[in-house]
Design a protein around this ligand. Structure first.
Ligand code: SF4
Length: 440
């Protein structure tokens, strides 16, 4: 059975990447794997063009150097949070391996159950044939035309230093490559197969190399071929994790009921609120008061804050998600309410597309100064910044929302202010009262 699409290889003629794709296909067939249970994660570079060749598999194309980390996360999420049993393979080249070297070493140290196929053609092909940390001494690349001065990183030694469980070094043309890849995939832990190959676009013309010369070059460098590390004394990370945090065999306990709170609420479904304003105007405090009031009302709650790297200037934004049941998805795809208290906040919310994604019955509360920025009838405008200090306008908007919708008791907001307001509790209480009056 073949999972390879009937389409031309996207690589230069003679590129080793095509051979590796065929050998991977062969290995998957030998193992009899269900393609729906195989995840192929690829890196940036010519090697990353492989995704469309395997339409039957799950494919994930990552940013440069991060393929191993992304795949390691997928392995652990599958093994520890889902039913497990996915087969995960990473394909990367010189760039993915060297930019992401620490991800490789960490996955090897953890022994994450993952197979990495490293296409080592001794240079960066996609960007013009520059040398990499895997370029051997004397090898000519577009940036080492007189021959590389430095020796290449020895990945076998790197893997040994990481207590790696499985490591093999093969040529892309080796007949046994498919078998080695199959063994690596079947290995219960981290497996790295370093595949030496030629970039016919740059490596071959600059070095007048052929496949035999590649084998000789590997030998001259002392890089023996074959399976070099095969340890049986290491356990995959997810197995160690399970040992330390065993899961009960019986049915999981029912989801915890919402903690009973001293205040009533009127929320029957999850509600997402976005509060946006300017840095330094206590937007996130206002969101925290809403979140605390929700908890005091027996609701589940998540708060996420956002602000630019400049921290003290520009926008400040908080998302608050409230729900009567445990919140398993913390994102807010379409906010039910958007509270805007400054132009910085409006600009950020527009950039995020919150207003575009809102349902037609979504609530928008804005400071009166922003009313002209929105279509007529789209928002409830209130004199938040006129009735309150600038750094209390966001909390005023929260109180206005609560008063308008009746979703929480005003006393819950006041109790939340007392709980988290510290020395500013008095001013915050005044903001709640003013905002509530604006919403009455
Ligand atoms: S540039 Fe090199 S690595 Fe890229 S496809 Fe062509 S031969 Fe392969």
């Amino acid at each position: 059975m073949s999972f390879l699409a009937q389409r031309p290889m996207p690589y230069c003629r003679g590129c080793g990447h095509g051979l590796v794709a065929r050998r991977l296909d062969e290995a998957l067939g030998r193992l009899g794997l269900d393609p729906k249970r195989v995840v192929l994660t690829t890196d940036i570079g010519c090697v990353g063009l492989v995704d469309p060749l395997f339409p039957a598999l799950h494919t994930v194309h990552t940013i440069h150097g991060r393929s191993t980390a992304v795949a390691a996360g997928a392995v652990l999420a599958d093994a520890l949070c889902a039913e497990g049993g996915l087969t995960n393979v990473v394909m990367l080249g010189d760039g993915g391996a060297t930019i992401g070297l620490l991800h490789l070493t960490q996955a090897a140290l953890m022994n994450v159950d993952l197979t990495v196929l490293l296409h080592n053609n001794m240079l960066y092909g996609m960007t013009g044939g520059q040398h990499s940390a895997l370029t051997p001494e004397g090898f000519r690349t577009s940036t080492t035309l007189a021959g590389n001065w430095l020796p290449a990183l020895d990945l076998e030694q790197v893997l040994r230093g990481c207590h790696g469980g499985f490591y093999a070094r093969q040529l892309a043309t080796d007949r046994e490559l498919a078998g080695v890849i199959a063994e690596a995939i079947a290995y219960p832990g981290f497996a790295l197969v370093e595949i030496l190959e030629l970039c016919t676009g740059f490596g071959v013309p600059l070095n007048a190399l052929d496949g035999k010369a590649l084998r000789a070059a590997a030998a001259a460098e002392g890089r023996a071929l074959g399976v070099r590390i095969r340890r049986t004394d290491r356990h995959p990370y997810h197995a160690l994790y399970r040992e330390r945090f065993p899961v009960r065999a019986e049915a999981p306990p029912p989801a915890p009921a919402a903690p009973a709170g001293p205040f009533a609420h009127r929320l029957a479904r999850p509600l997402g609120v976005v509060v946006a304003g300017s840095a330094g105007e206590r937007v996130q405090t206002a969101a925290a008061v809403l979140a605390q009031a929700a908890v005091l009302s027996g609701l589940h709650c998540v708060q996420k804050n956002d602000y630019p790297v400049t921290v003290g200037s520009g926008f400040s934004l908080s998302e608050v998600k409230l729900a009567p049941a445990p919140i398993l998805y913390t994102g807010i795809d379409a906010p039910d309410a958007v509270l805007l208290v400054s132009a910085d906040g409006l600009r950020e919310v527009r950039g995020r597309g919150d207003l575009d994604r809102q349902a037609p019955d979504g609530v928008v509360i804005v400071d009166e100064s922003l009313a002209g920025e929105l279509p007529p009838g789209r928002a409830l405008a209130a004199p938040l910044r006129r009735a309150l200090p600038a750094d209390a306008a966001a909390l005023g908007a929260v109180a206005l929302l609560v008063a308008r919708t009746g979703l929480l008791a005003r006393e819950a907001l006041l109790a939340a202010v007392d709980a988290i307001g510290g020395k500013d509790a008095g001013a915050l209480r005044a903001a709640v009262e003013t905002g509530a009056a604006l919403g009455a």
